[in-house]
Write a protein that binds this ligand. Structure first.
Ligand SMILES: Cc1cc2nc3c(=O)[nH]c(=O)nc-3n(C[C@H](O)[C@H](O)[C@H](O)COP(=O)(O)OP(=O)(O)OC[C@H]3O[C@@H](n4cnc5c(N)ncnc54)[C@H](O)[C@@H]3O)c2cc1C
Length: 375
């Protein structure tokens, strides 16, 4: 077992970290704009795992490490999350399952960030239970007509393309769902206004409605009926790689807390000399390193072609819960000033809270782990 990065990996990480720090100075408030999206795209994040010739063709571990650098260097966690959702839940299923003409039309633009994609799966009645979709795709001459409302689409209001899922055969259950890549300008597609979210504000999200929307047969990903498997494939990428951005956030929080605990004095000494404070920071470091090992292990399994459902579920659960606990601890370490808006600490709690919900809640990850254990 080798825990060392090679020179190329080390250089790639350092380059991405310094580029992220330089491009997104901490005084700049978070938020989405096409200009900020393009700035982020310049570090090669959006095409990292997209196969060549469209993207960089990196494996899961190398891709995760890039997102870790971006999560550490860019304080706008929502914007990095938006890029990750675009890559893992949209570009990767198109790369893996799109017909050659569809790949040719979309993948170059998705990999450079010229195009933005949103994953439209969740519905009002189908959240954790993604098998209970109401959106339908009726076969017609040359394609399908989509009808339904998707209730929580990251990048929804700004996307050029949606990867979405609809029922094509109501009697086939799991095998009756089909995946589509739908151009956002298609007649019958409407994105709702951006949600007012508690965190991850650099990522706009909305509903997306399909109303008698015709999509050509060439927009189907994989075969009709393969949608559930394609969605699980994209969730594999999300659970393993997306959460690397939260390793970067944890790393940044630990560094900030150490610096603050050395500098801030109370009762005549630095607060880091009080064991309650130093233990809290030690626990933050423990969570970071434990979740980091699980995440790298899950990415390694994906790259090695090993079964990755269990390691990805463990990694997603550990990393999302770790960053939430550590963001709350960071506020405690900073005291009252940690609770002020605009300094990135109170915001880190809200940004972390989303992580225990999307890509399958913590309860769903525990359920996956239990099922993998044969329970
Ligand atoms: C920031 C953010 C970004 C998102 N981005 C996207 C996106 O881009 N595309 C998209 O399609 N969706 C997206 N979602 C939606 C997300 O996938 C769902 O919110 C999530 O799957 C949970 O579904 P739900 O909200 O309907 O909650 P519910 O499924 O109603 O769950 C409510 C509670 O019940 C628990 N629960 C449900 N079923 C079980 C069970 N079987 N066992 C144990 N506990 C259970 C859950 O853990 C949870 O605590 C996003 C959500 C957030 C917060």
């Amino acid at each position: 077992m080798d825990f060392a990065w090679n020179d190329t990996q080390r250089r790639r990480y350092e380059r991405a970290l310094s580029a992220a720090r330089a491009a997104f100075p901490p005084e700049e408030p978070p938020g989405f704009s096409r200009e900020r999206w393009r700035r982020l795209a310049k570090f090669g994040l959006m095409g990292a795992s997209v196969p060549r010739p469209y993207g960089e063709g990196l494996g899961a571990l190398d891709t995760a490490r890039l997102f870790e650098a971006a999560g550490k260097g860019c304080g706008d966690t929502g914007l990095v999350f938006a890029a990750a959702a675009h890559l893992f839940a949209c570009a990767m299923p198109i790369a893996g399952f799109g017909a050659p003409a569809l790949r040719e039309r979309l993948l170059g633009g998705l990999a450079t960030g010229e195009l933005i994609a949103g994953n439209a799966m969740t519905e009002a009645e189908a959240g954790s239970d993604v098998g209970d979709l109401r959106t339908t795709a009726r076969p017609v001459d040359g394609g399908y007509v989509l009808d339904g409302v998707k209730s929580f689409v990251s990048n929804g209001p700004v996307a050029d393309v949606y990867v979405t899922y609809a029922v094509t055969d109501p009697d086939a259950g799991h095998w009756g769902i089909t995946a589509f890549a739908v151009d956002a300008r298609t007649p019958g597609v409407t994105a709702g206004p951006a949600f007012d979210k508690a965190g991850l504000t650099g990522c706009r999200a909305s509903t997306v409605t399909f109303d008698g929307c015709f999509v050509p047969a060439g927009a189907v990903l994989g075969e009709p009926g393969q949608g559930s498997a394609i969605f699980q494939h994209s969730m594999g990428w999300e659970r393993a790689c997306l959460f690397a951005l939260y390793l970067g956030v944890q790393d940044r929080l630990v560094e900030r807390c150490v610096a603050h605990a050395r500098e801030r004095r109370q009762f005549g000494r630095p607060i880091g000399r009080f064991q309650s404070v130093s233990n809290r920071i030690a626990d933050m470091k423990l969570r970071l390193e434990a979740s980091r090992l699980l995440l790298y292990r899950a990415c390694w399994a994906m790259d090695a072609g090993e079964p990755a459902v269990l390691p990805a579920a463990l990694s997603k659960l550990a990393t999302s819960e770790a960053v939430l606990a550590s963001a709350a601890d960071a506020v405690r370490v900073f005291g009252g000033r940690g609770y002020l808006a605009g300094d990135g600490l109170a915001e880190a709690v809200d940004d972390a809270l989303g992580g225990v919900i999307f890509s399958g809640t913590s309860d769903i990850q525990r359920r996956l782990v239990a099922m993998e254990l044969g329970l």
